[in-house]
Design a protein around this ligand. Structure first.
Ligand code: NAP
Length: 267
């Protein structure tokens, strides 16, 4: 798994002793937690399901001899999230914002409260959390931020239009922050991921798209890209697809291909 020894041996020193993984209870978030634990980084795990967090925390503590704190919190509620983080007396050097809300349906059929949740989980909380945690990183002159985006954010994506628009927002956010925070010693990377085998993906999709990656592969490549940024696309096939969809093809064609890919998605 470990490709770049000097990067990994310096990791904790470079970014600090603790990382927050927002959306950590399963799938990619749990994979990020394990990859960071392997590097000896202590963890603050956030998600709604306490039991899953508890099991993961126990496993990681035993396997990697690190400290793990966790809290059941709804990331749609930034104030509750901030209150918990403020109660901790630890130096947080890394944030992985992994959680997302995806109301899969045609836009006309998505309820107003679902759109509000999407704005909170996919945009408001990442903005506020990054602002909150980066203030300390700026004064410590070190830190890292990984923001999960998606190839669905490269063009309009029918049946997931609000989700894909929020992923485009996160990609542009990562690009801007990558430049602004670099002088303060903070590495930012946006992860423009293709399909990943996770419970969320498997619930929404039958079968798997070409180029589908395991969660641990994506977590590994995203962390390895810290310091390179601004955007990483894990997997060769996905890199090619991103170039074709995002650069080569006329928008109309890219949207049409996406429409074909998303038409069988279900809640
Ligand atoms: N899977 C893919 O194919 C794919 C492709 C491209 C990009 N991505 C991106 O990768 C990230 C992870 O995807 P995934 O498939 O692993 O998602 P997932 O299986 O749905 O898991 C998401 C994680 O976030 C947590 N979470 C979700 N909403 C939350 C909330 N309101 N408050 C607190 N925690 C919350 C979940 O835990 P609880 O339910 O316990 O709260 C879970 O731990 C997302 O940002 C997604 O957009 C995924």
């Amino acid at each position: 798994m470990i490709k770049n020894r000097s990067f990994y041996s310096d990791f904790k020193q470079k970014y600090g002793p603790w990382a927050v993984v927002a959306g950590a209870s399963e799938g990619l978030g749990a994979a990020f937690a394990e990859e960071l634990a392997r590097l000896g980084v202590n963890l603050v795990l956030l998600a709604r399901r306490w039991n899953k967090l508890n099991t993961l925390a126990d496993t990681l503590k035993q396997k990697y001899s690190i400290d793990v704190l966790f809290q059941s919190v709804d990331l749609a509620d930034f104030d509750a999230t901030q209150q918990y983080l403020n109660s901790l007396d630890v130096e947080i050097g890394l944030l992985v914002y992994n959680a997302a809300y995806a109301p899969i349906d045609y836009f006309k059929d998505v309820a107003d409260h679902e759109l509000d949740t999407l704005v909170s989980v996919n945009m408001r909380t990442p903005l506020r959390l990054i602002k909150h945690l980066s203030a300390k990183m700026i004064s410590n002159k070190r830190g890292g931020i990984v923001i999960m985006s998606s190839m669905s954010g490269l063009q309009g994506s029918p049946k997931i239009v609000s989700y894909s628009a929020s992923k485009a927002f996160l990609m542009i956010l990562a690009e801007g922050l990558w430049s602004e925070l670099k002088p303060y010693g903070i590495d930012v990377v946006g992860c423009c991921a293709g399909a990943i085998i996770t419970p969320g993906y498997q619930n929404a999709q039958s079968g798997s798209a070409p180029g589908t990656l395991r969660a641990d592969q994506v977590a590994h490549q995203a962390l390895l890209a810290l310091g390179n940024g601004p955007i990483v696309t894990p997997g060769l096939m996905n890199k090619i697809a991103r170039f074709v969809m995002g650069t080569l093809l006329p928008k109309k064609w890219a949207i049409s291909i996406m429409k074909n890919n998303t038409k069988n998605l279900s809640r």
